[in-house]
Write a protein that binds this ligand. Structure first.
Ligand SMILES: [Zn+2]
Length: 250
C-alpha cells in the first residue's frame, strides 16, 4: 500500500504536467520540467512529489516565485486514491489497475475544469475509449458488459446534450463528452447515480455561494468536479451508494 501511495504521488505529479502542458500546447516529454515563471530547468531534487514543495517552501529555487499549491495537492489526492484502491482491492490486479486509471483521469479533468473551466477533448475521448475497451474484459470491477457500457455512454452524452440545449450556456461540449465517458465506465445505473450525486452537490454548492453572496445567478459553476466526486463515490463505494439510492429504485 505504501508503494501504491508513492506511485500515486508520482502519477499525480505527471497529471500536473499533463494539465499544464496541454494548456501551453507543449509536448509531454520535452522540454524537461521547468519553472513556469523563469524557465529554470528543475534538478531531480526539485522534482520529488510533495517533498520538494516542502523543502523549497513553495518557492522556485531561482526566481523565488510562489509554486502553486495545486501541485502538492494533486499529488496527495492521487496518492490517496491509489492507496484507497489498494486497500479495497489488494489482490485484484485488473480492478486495481482500472481504479488507478479511473481516478487519474477524474483528477486530471477536475484540475482542468477548476482551473480553466475546460474539459479537454483529448482527455475525455481517451477516457471514453478506455472505458469501452475495458468493458470487454470479463472481470471488470463493476461487471459491465460492452452493451451496458455503450448504453451508459449514449444515455450519458444524450441526457447532458438535451440539458445543454434546453439551458443555453449552462453546459459545454466538454461536459457532454465527460458524461459519455463516465457512462462507458459505469454503465447506465452507475451513471444515473453519479448524476444524482453531482446535481445534489452542485445545487448545494450553488445555493451556498448565492447565500454567502459569493456568486450571483449568472455565475457559471463547473459541473466536472461534481461529476468526478460522484463518480469516485460510485466507483469506490458501490454498496453504500446503492443502499442510499434504493429508495428511488436506482
Ligand atoms: Zn522560477
Amino acid at each position: 500500500m505504501i508503494l501504491s501511495i508513492i506511485f500515486g504521488l508520482c502519477i499525480g505529479s505527471f497529471l500536473n504536467v499533463c494539465a499544464l502542458r496541454w494548456k501551453s500546447k507543449e509536448s509531454l516529454f520535452f522540454p524537461s520540467s521547468h519553472c513556469p515563471q523563469c524557465g529554470h530547468s528543475l534538478q531531480w531534487f526539485e522534482n520529488i512529489p510533495v517533498l520538494s514543495f516542502i523543502f523549497l517552501k513553495g518557492q522556485c529555487r531561482l526566481c523565488h516565485n510562489h509554486i502553486s499549491l495545486q501541485y502538492p495537492l494533486v499529488e496527495l489526492i492521487t496518492g490517496f486514491f491509489f492507496g484507497l484502491a489498494t486497500f479495497f482491492y489488494p489482490f485484484k490486479m485488473i480492478t486495481l489497475s482500472e481504479s488507478f486509471i479511473f481516478s487519474a483521469f477524474l483528477i486530471l479533468l477536475t484540475v482542468t475544469d477548476l482551473k480553466w473551466k475546460l474539459l479537454p477533448h483529448s482527455f475525455t475521448h481517451l477516457f471514453l475509449m478506455i472505458g469501452l475497451v475495458l468493458s470487454c474484459i470479463p472481470k471488470i470491477h463493476l461487471l459491465l458488459s460492452p452493451a451496458q457500457s455503450l448504453l451508459g455512454m449514449l444515455v450519458g452524452g444524450g441526457l447532458l446534450l438535451i440539458i445543454s440545449e434546453l439551458v443555453p450556456g449552462g453546459m459545454g461540449g466538454g461536459d457532454v463528452k465527460f458524461a459519455s465517458g463516465l457512462g462507458s465506465w459505469l454503465g447506465l445505473y452507475g451513471l444515473l447515480r453519479v448524476f444524482i450525486i453531482a446535481f445534489l452537490l452542485g445545487g448545494l454548492t450553488a445555493g451556498s455561494l448565492l447565500f454567502l453572496k459569493k456568486a450571483n445567478r449568472k455565475t457559471a459553476i463547473a459541473l466536472g468536479p461534481f461529476l468526478s466526486v460522484g463518480a469516485l463515490l460510485v466507483w469506490f463505494f458501490p454498496n453504500v451508494v446503492g443502499f442510499w439510492m434504493k429508495g428511488i429504485a436506482l
